[in-house]
Design a protein around this ligand. Structure first.
Ligand code: PDD
Length: 302
């Protein structure tokens, strides 16, 4: 086993480092201005990518989505793509993250508090952090499966833009935690599941088809969801892009969620009702196992 695989060693020797507006700063001292519009108005977007075996997973797709989020809000890009890739890798490298995640947030910038965009152009703010997570713990969670609760989707109408305005998601995930579950599934006015508080929602039908909601303003177009489309293609599985109800999910053969930080996690209970036989489904576990065979891996050289 390489030393960086043991959890205690996978830490930066001098503590964590964050990249904040042009500088690498000790994490404990890293801060933003009190009139940063991300802080005051959630006027900022973000990405979170998995780091696995010292590589950043699906970085191109994440940065493409970051560009789409920035364009949707008319926030200018903080720097060129190659410069951004360099710094993202550098933050992972400086933090010696072998398995974990890298987070980047870009906001409209700092200006005297006033709701409309600043009239004089300001530089966008950028923060990049990386953290270690223990792979064995994630694997244990996947082998056990997770419970989800369902609740009304009370978010704004453009959740396809990955903004840091996540209060509804925070409250939903806290409700899940208090109910002894790991995720909350939002449900639209028609009774159809939109997505999870921090993941996309899927079911597997009795005849083994994967079902997930099509792209629209009502869900985030997940990068892991896209990756699972790729895995499904290779594995010869059919994906049906359509909404499903809570009742259909409760009666499904399997259910699972996808996100960059959890990859594929089997759902074994919905609102306390077991899904299938109450154990992680074989298709979900297979997708999890094969995900990294098809995903892009951008190596970070230490
Ligand atoms: N969240 N839907 C929501 C609301 C999310 O917050 C996320 C990811 C996803 C899955 O997208 P992706 O596969 O691109 O990670 C769907 C990240 C992990 C987060 O907020 O930390």
């Amino acid at each position: 086993m390489s030393p960086s695989l043991s959890p205690g060693r996978a830490k930066a020797p001098n503590g964590r480092i964050a990249y904040v507006n042009g500088r690498y700063i000790p994490h404990a001292r890293a801060s933003v201005h009190i009139e940063d519009r991300g802080y005051q108005f959630a006027d900022a977007v973000y990405e979170a990518c998995e780091v696995r075996d010292g590589a950043i997973i699906d970085l191109t797709r994440h940065l493409d989505r970051l560009d789409r989020s920035l364009a949707a809000l008319r926030i200018s890009r903080p720097m060129s793509r190659p410069a951004l890739v360099f710094i993202v890798r550098e933050v992972v490298r400086r933090n010696l993250v072998h398995d974990g995640s890298v987070y980047l947030q870009v906001g409209r910038g700092v200006a005297r508090r006033d709701h409309p965009f600043p009239s004089a152009p300001v530089a966008p703010s950028i923060v990049i952090t990386a953290k270690h997570t223990d792979r064995a713990t994630s694997e244990r969670l996947a082998s056990a499966g997770i419970g989800v609760i369902t609740l009304a989707d009370n978010r704004w109408g453009r959740v396809d833009i990955k903004t840091v305005g996540l209060l509804a998601n925070v409250l939903a995930k806290q409700a899940a935690r208090e109910a002894g579950a790991r995720e909350a599934w939002f449900v639209d006015a028609g009774g159809f599941v939109t997505e999870g508080g921090s993941s996309n929602a899927w079911i597997v039908t009795a005849d083994g088809k994967l079902v997930t909601r099509p792209d629209s303003a009502a869900i985030l177009s997940g990068i892991t969801r896209r990756g699972v489309f790729d895995v499904a293609k290779v594995a010869g599985l059919t994906v049906e892009l359509r909404p499903f109800t809570v009742a259909e999910a409760k009666a499904a053969r399997e259910a699972f969620v996808t996100s960059a930080t959890s990859i594929v996690l089997p759902v074994v209970a919905i609102d306390g009702n077991p899904v299938g036989n109450g154990h992680p489904g074989s298709i979900a576990l297979e997708l999890r196992l094969r995900f990294h065979d098809v995903a892009e891996a951008t190596l970070v050289v230490n």
